[in-house]
Structure formats: structure tokens, C-alpha cells
Design a protein around this ligand. Sequence first.
Ligand code: DX5
Ligand code: ZN
Length: 219
Amino acid sequence: MSSIKIAPSLLAADFGNLQRDVEMVNQSEADWHHIDVMDGVFVPNISYGMPVVKAISQHATKPLDVHLMIVDPDRYITTFAELGAAILTVHLEACTHLHRTLQAIKAAGMKAGVALNPHTNIQLLEDTISDIDVVCLMSVNPGFGGQSFIENTYDKVKALKELIQKKGASTLIEIDGGVTSKNAKALSEAGADVLVAGSFVFKSKTPVQTISELKQIAG
Ligand code: DX5
Ligand code: ZN
């Protein structure tokens, strides 16, 4: 029985056929819809904003896992709650008062996620891990889909798993960037709970099957 969660990233969807691609995810064995919001400041790219998230929300039947790659994310916490986000993830590097931000996300009725860039050490979460529902480890530098997986991620997953266990927390570990059938098993064995996959799913000719395969491989 597979327990790993798969979160296809709609950044790699065909935006001209967004409803079709959201419905593909609905019909698949995927667990969450991963939604990447980029502001062109925190990351060197702009993806999409509230009107597109609203359109996705209207068709999606699974939890919306919203990954904010924006500066000062506190400005939009209630907005994303109203748009239907189930999990709202902010970047540690973008938060001056992370603890306050996590409380605000939860007060708005969402699960709280924290994403770490590849250069950010997981020990920085030592004092907040019990307040975090999902840690999103970036396995590429955020901003673009289709990049190569950074191998150092395995060590970070293991160290994060140890920290979670040491603190008796129930935080999920999510991996974002460069996930394929080649690294899914090793990531799961290292301790990952959720795998985000963008291009690997949407570049596939049979995405529903690809999602199913990823889930089986990762077990
Ligand atoms: C990158 C985004 C990822 C991206 C993953 O900044 O956070 O979610 O869509 O895409 P792939 O799976 O193609 O690396
Ligand atoms: Zn993402």
C-alpha cells in the first residue's frame, strides 16, 4: 500500500488547456495540486497570480498546495485562504518573522508550509519545526520547471527527518524540483512524504499513468 503523496506541479501544464490539465490531475492518483506563485522578485521569473489560482480552484477536486515564491508573503495570506488553498507554503528566506507568519496561515484555516532553498540549512528550522505542517525542500533553485535535481537533497531529507523525529513533530517532508522515476524511490527511502513533479508528469504522453508509476515506484 503506497503512502507517498504525489503533487503534480501545474507550472508545467498547458495554460491554454488549464481546465483539461486540472481535470487530468483530478482523475489521477495524485494527492494534491501543486501551485507555484512567483513574483519576479524573490525568484527571477513570474508565473501566475490570483485570477489563475481562482480558475484552478474552480475545477480542482484535490487539496491545493500553494507554493509562494514571493517576498513578504504575509500580505496575501487571507487572499490565498479565500482562493481555496489547503496548504500555504512560504519561503524561510522571505520571512523576517516566520513564527508569526505560520500562526497567521493557521489562523486563516490552512496548513502551514515552509520551503527552503537548496543553500538553506535545515537546522534553521530547529525552533519552529513543531509549528510546521509541511517542509518543502527545494531540490532545484526555485523559479523554473524542468531543471536538474540537486543530489545534496538526499542528505537534507535525512537530516530533516532526524530533526522531526527528535522533536516529536508530525511534519511532512515535500521535495520540489527535478523529481522523476529515477530519484523517487531513493527520496522516499530517505524520508520524503510528498513528491512534487512538474515536467516529468506534464511532458509525459500518458500523464495519468506517469503519476501512478511515480506513486508505485516511491511506494
Ligand atoms: C520550481 C517550482 C517547482 C517546479 C517543479 O520553482 O517550485 O514546483 O514546478 O518542476 P519540475 O518538476 O519540472 O522540476
Ligand atoms: Zn513548487
